[in-house]
Design a protein around this ligand. Sequence first.
Ligand SMILES: [Zn+2]
Length: 415
Amino acid sequence: MKKYLFICIFFLAFNLSSNEVTFVDVKELNDSSIEVSYKLDKVSFVRSYALKEPSRIVLEIEDSNIKSLKTRSFNFPIKQIRAAQNKNTTKLVIDLYEYVDWEKPVQEKTSEGIFLKLKLKRNRKNLKNTRDIVVAIDAGHGGRDPGAVGSNNVLEKDITLLIAKELERTLRDVDGYSPKMIRVGDELIDLNERYLSSRRMGADIFISIHADGFRLSSVKGASVYIWSEKASSIAAENLSKKELASKIGKIAIDDFDEDKAREDFPNIYKLKIEGSKRLGNEILSELRKDPYTKLHKKNIEFADFRVLKSFDTPSVLIESGFMTNPDDAERLKGKPGRRMIARSIFLGLHNYFKNQPVADSVFEKDSKHVMYEIQKGDVLSEIAVRFGLSVETIEIENQLENKSIYPGQIIRLKI
Ligand SMILES: [Zn+2]
C-alpha cells in the first residue's frame, strides 16, 4: 500500500512538471479553413509569428518538450509540419505553399488535456501571412455579482456588458481586429478565470470594463488603471495568509502560472508594463476628448486589480464613471454615453497599434485607415459618431453620392 502511494505521488509530481507536446491532426473545417492541433499537458506560454520566403508559421511553446520530431507532409496549402526542441522550448513550424490568413493559436481546455489549435485559411490576395489583432474584452462583474449599484438603480454589471458589446461590435466590423468576449451574458466568472481565459484566447491586449462606486455621491468621472506589482504586494501584506488564499482562489494544475512566468521572463514583463502604460494613456487621451465624459483622474492609476496580472499581455481597466454619482449613472444608462466610452477605448487601442504596428497585422502596412464593413441598420451619422469623424469626411474619402450605403459595403475611415 505504502509503495503504491509512493508511486502515485511520484507519478503526480512527474506529471506536474512535464508538459509534453503531441501532434494531433490537421483537418479542414466547415468554413474551409484548416486547423492544426496539438495536445499539451498544461496551458502554456506560446509565441506565434509568421515568416516570409518561404511562407511559414512558427509556434514556440515555452516550458515544454516534444518526443516526436518527425516531419509530416500535408496537402495544399500546408507543405509540411516540422518540430524542434531547444532546451525547454518546443518549436513547431508549419511550412506553407502560399501566404494565408491565420489566427493566433488558441488553447482549449478539455477533460482530455489542453488542445493547442492553429487556424489558417487560403487567401490568394495575400502578399504575406496576415492575422487579426486579438482583443480580449472583459465586462466586469456579472451573475450574482452586480458590481456597483447606481443611484438610478442601474447595475454596474449591465453597463459593463453593454459597453463591452458596443466595443466588440466596432472591432468585429473593422478589418484587422478579432474581439473575444470574456463573458457574453449575465454570468459570474472567477477573477482568475478572466485573465486565464484571455491567455487561452491568444489575446494581444486585455481590456477590462468597469464603473466605480463610492460612498460620496459627488465623486464622478472616468479613470484608467493598470496593474502594479507594488500595489499588489501592499494589498497582499495587509491580508493574512488565509485571507489571501481565499481571495486569490485556486488555479488548476493544468493552467498557467502568471506569477512564476513574471519571475522567469522579467524582460517580457517589463514590456507588458510599458505596453499597458502606453495603452492606458492612449485610451485616457481619447476619454479626454469625449464631450460626455469627465475624467476622475488625469493620469493612469496603478492598482491591485487581479484581472490585469497577465505577465505578458498589455492590460488596462477602465472605470467608465461612478455609478454612485447621479450624472455618471444617467450618462452610463444612456446609449450615447456608453457609446463614447466604447469609442474612446477603440480609438485608444487603435492608436496604440498604430504607433507600434503588430507584425503580420493589416495595420503593418497602413495604420492610418481602417476598413469598415457596413452592417444592416447602419447610418452614416452614427458611424461618424462611433469613429469620431464627420459625415462629410467619410463621404469625401469614399466618394459616396447621396449618402447611399448598403450592408456589406466596405468603406475607408481615416482615424
Ligand atoms: Zn467593478
